[in-house]
Design a protein around this ligand. Structure first.
Ligand code: ASP
Ligand code: MG
Length: 469
């Protein structure tokens, strides 16, 4: 039995054009595979809107959250109106959308009455609605085109731990849920369209898998259905040598190893969720990243081995970070001490220590905030760090600054010291704050000040594109 899991991101389902592409891709693949599972994200921007609505609700700003919900309703209804759907499908969708959004308004109303700080749990309880709406629209479109399809909410499929805003799936418990609730549908040749991003704890509390979490949902689905492949459909041509929005000359990378892809995602390439690779690696499930508008192109294949030219530098990724610096006056300030204090100062965000160094007079620790925390996290974490560190006499002289991690990716970075030399040469007269060889042996990370990042990125990227120049 060969099974394919396909995930469509928010930019691949937000317009009629995009949905027409999705439909033709699904119809085509349904002929090639015995079983299909589809995973969808919320329409682009919807999750951000829902997070804002939850914050407004917690502040008691009824008009604000109502306006957001009304805009979401208008946007989804407009999309449905443009789709070639029969009157029954359309009427069922209208009713579903209104029911889901009314439920949201009720929850917001409740939140508005308890005027406490917005908790990540409260956000988790509300932001999954974007995926629920999207799954229903896609399933209706498939049914209209004679494919047996049903929308399913992963709150009853994916069992997670209890980490709000960034939960991890428990694969054993999830496998059991999937065997019971999803495999019977596949056996009956029904194509389930499941909600990305959301799950629930074993006691039924709603959770989310971190921003960009629908990729991870797809990977959990692939593992638990013993799929042969997983395809992530997006609006770029695959995994690229650099972010194509900033580097128009960036090229598609035809093959990456699981390690290389995982490092790219962790160090800032937003195409993939950072934690989606490891379940796939264990079961050796091939992952493809493809452009929804160019389905005939092969895109990127991510697999066990790195493919030809595995010695070469493959890609450059970058992500903003924060550095905490302390002068070693009085009691010795160790980098372990900085880490402990920084983690305590930013309790709601995962901060990972990438590199640190210590001399007789200074200590510096450089932290990465995973992309799953969302793009605001860097700003809110900096504020939390400054507020908490400066409130204590012991740490008030410490400074927090924005930095950029620039990571070069290659399968065998350590075995080829010429790579390190090239990277250091690219820095020329730029001040390097720190340098770190990733323990996976696939990445080398340079830490630079934000103002220098662009120059370094361009220098390294031109080497990737023209290694012999
Ligand atoms: N809709 C969620 C987000 O915006 C999940 C996803 O897009 O994968 O983060
Ligand atoms: Mg994504």
């Amino acid at each position: 039995m060969n099974t394919l899991v396909m995930k469509f991101g928010g930019s691949s389902i937000g317009t009629t054009d995009a949905l027409t592409q999705v439909l033709s891709i699904v119809l085509h693949e349904s002929e090639q595979w015995n079983q299909l599972v589809l995973v969808v994200s919320a329409l682009e921007g919807v999750t951000d809107g829902l997070i804002e609505a939850a914050h407004l609700a917690q502040l008691g700003q009824q008009r604000g959250y109502r306006r957001i919900v009304a805009n979401l309703r208008t946007r989804h209804l407009a999309l449905i109106d443009e789709l070639p759907l029969g009157t029954t499908e359309r009427a069922v969708l209208y009713a579903d959308i209104d029911r889901l959004l009314f439920e949201m308004l009720d929850i917001y109303q409740g939140m508005a009455q308890i005027t406490s700080k917005v908790t990540p749990e409260a956000v988790d309880a509300t932001i999954g609605v974007g995926e629920k709406l999207a799954a229903r629209i896609v399933a209706a479109l498939l049914r209209q085109n004679n494919l047996r399809s049903v929308a399913l909410d992963t709150t009853s499929l994916i069992v997670t731990d209890d980490v709000p805003g960034n939960a991890t799936a428990n694969l054993a418990l999830t496998r059991a849920q999937i065997a019971q609730n999803l495999l019977p549908l596949l056996e009956r040749k029904i194509v389930p369209v499941v909600t990305g991003f959301i799950g629930a704890t074993s006691t039924g509390k709603p959770t989310t898998l971190g921003r960009g979490g629908s990729d991870y949902t797809a990977s959990v689905m692939a593992v638990c259905t013993n799929a042969s492949e997983i395809w992530i459909w997006t609006d770029v041509d695959g995994m690229m040598t650099a972010d194509p929005r900033d580097f128009p000359e960036a090229r598609v990378i035809p093959i990456l190893s699981y390690d290389e892809a995982a490092e790219m995602a962790y160090f800032g390439a937003r195409v993939l969720h950072t934690r989606m690779i490891s379940p796939l690696r264990e079961d050796k499930i091939a992952l493809r990243v493809k452009n929804v508008y160019k389905p005939q192109q092969v895109g990127t294949l991510i697999q066990d081995t790195s493919g030809p030219r595995s010695q070469a530098l493959k890609a450059i990724a970058y992500i903003p970070g924060l550095a905490v610096e302390a002068k070693r006056t009085g009691e010795g300030v160790s980098t372990q001490g900085i880490y402990a204090k920084a983690a305590a100062a930013a309790p709601n965000t995962q901060i990972d220590l990438i590199t640190s160094s210590q001399s007789a007079t200074h200590s510096i620790a450089c932290f990465l905030i995973p992309t799953t925390a969302g793009s605001d996290a860097i700003h809110t974490t900096r504020l939390a760090l400054e507020e908490n560190l400066h409130a204590s006499a012991e740490t008030q002289s410490w400074t927090v600054k924005n930095i950029t991690f620039i990571t070069a990716i290659s399968a065998t970075i350590d075995n080829w010291s010429a790579t390190t030399a090239v990277l250091l040469k690219a820095l020329s007269n730029i001040r390097l704050l720190a340098l770190s060889h990733g323990p996976s042996n696939s990445s080398l990370t340079m830490v630079v000040e934000n103002k220098d990042a662009e120059d370094v990125l361009h220098a390294v990227h031109s080497f990737i594109i023209n290694p012999n120049s």
